[in-house]
Design a protein around this ligand. Structure first.
Ligand code: ASP
Length: 355
């Protein structure tokens, strides 16, 4: 992996109020229109003060690290998440906060993955991006970037303002592992149905301290492993035995996120329950996540979920699919015993579920 690093001191000759590391990974946010080629191309972030001259009004020391090549976030991989975690670890002591510029399509997955990888985070790590490229006149990149930087910089005034992985978009600061991309056309692209915002940007930035994770007492602990052997089994009426079998018996699979109906309900056909039971007996962990964006899995409430509870399917509470699939990768990557794995998958690790 290649990176390009540029320092921009917007405070000089005075001392900066805060130092922020911007990590640019790609996505719409960093695109400009290439007149010659007549299409959008990634923009060189060392020229950011030209595109966003307002940055000069901050008294910040900004460092921009661009990942080369920058990517559309549909191409993000587990290796990229581990690299981002390492980059933040290596730079952790030198900065007050971190802003990750990322494509919106998979931003909620990346923010969730990073929330597990960076344990005991005491500084803000804010993901942001844009629906309209920075090089176009109606871009939302400018507002998103400026407010994300402002929030990331508040560490200099108030200790540990938002010590967690968050997503800032449009006007909301959301917990990263609670957020979901819900819009591909409008500017308010992210929502967090099961958890209130951490902050809201209007005329002022209002922080909702009661929603923000407490500052950990332990030092940062970075994890460097995720298990890719996970799969999503999305149920729908009419799903066939052959399909369910092929998913549950896919070679090497260790974790299955089962997207169920309503409060965690699934068919009660014998073939279906037998396939699940066999998988659990082979040591596969099955996490039950609701297809509803709001509400929660409550296994045992209906007959159609009681069977799941009894055979050892793990209830995902009010977790999002994005947070659940990355939680499976993280917990399985720890290579713990069966009991410890089930315990961690059921527990609230980084504010991703309410129990
Ligand atoms: N396809 C882009 C991406 O996720 C969309 C965006 O950035 O909004 O990289």
């Amino acid at each position: 992996m290649q990176t390009v690093k540029v320092h921009i001191d917007t405070a000089a000759p005075d001392n900066p109020e805060a130092s922020i590391l911007i990590i640019y990974t790609g996505g719409t946010v960093g695109m400009v229109f290439d007149e010659e080629a007549q299409h959008l191309v990634p923009f060189n972030f060392s020229q950011i003060p030209d595109k966003v001259p307002e940055l000069k009004q901050f008294n910040y020391l900004l460092t921009v690290i661009s990942i080369e090549p920058v990517i559309d976030s549909s191409n993000i991989t587990i290796a990229d998440w581990l690299m981002l975690a390492k980059l933040i670890e290596e730079n952790y002591n030198d900065y007050d906060g971190f802003v990750v510029l990322h494509g919106t399509d998979t931003m909620a997955y990346s923010a969730s993955a990073l929330s597990y990888l960076l344990e005991n985070l005491q500084k803000p790590v804010i993901f942001t991006g844009a629906q309209v490229p920075i090089g176009l006149i109606r871009t939302d990149a400018r507002e998103n970037l400026i407010t994300a930087l402002q929030i990331a910089g508040t560490k200099a005034h108030v200790k540990c303002r938002v010590p967690e992985i968050s997503i800032f978009f449009h006007n909301l600061l959301l917990r990263g592992n609670r957020a979901k991309k819900v819009e591909s056309s409008h500017f308010d692209a992210f929502k967090s149905e099961n958890y209130p915002p951490l902050a809201e940007a209007g005329i002022d930035i209002d922080f909702y301290d009661e929603n923000i994770l407490p500052c950990p007492l332990q030092p940062l602990k970075v994890h460097h492993q995720l298990d890719p052997n996970v799969v999503i089994l999305k149920l729908f009426p009419g799903i066939t035995e052959a399909v369910v079998r092929s998913i549950l018996q896919a070679p090497g699979i260790r974790g299955v996120l089962m997207e169920t109906f309503g409060s965690g309900n699934a068919p009660t056909s014998a073939w279906f329950l037998n396939l699940l039971r066999e998988a659990i007996e082979r040591g596969v962990f099955i996490l039950n996540v609701s297809q509803c964006d709001e509400g929660r899995v409550d296994q045992g409430r209906y007959e159609t979920s009681k069977y799941l509870l009894n055979m050892g399917v793990i209830g995902g509470a009010d977790i999002t699919t994005e947070a659940a699939v990355t939680k499976l990768m993280f917990v399985l990557g720890l290579n713990l015993s069966k009991e410890e794995t089930i315990k961690l998958l059921s527990e609230n690790l980084r504010g991703e579920i309410s129990l």
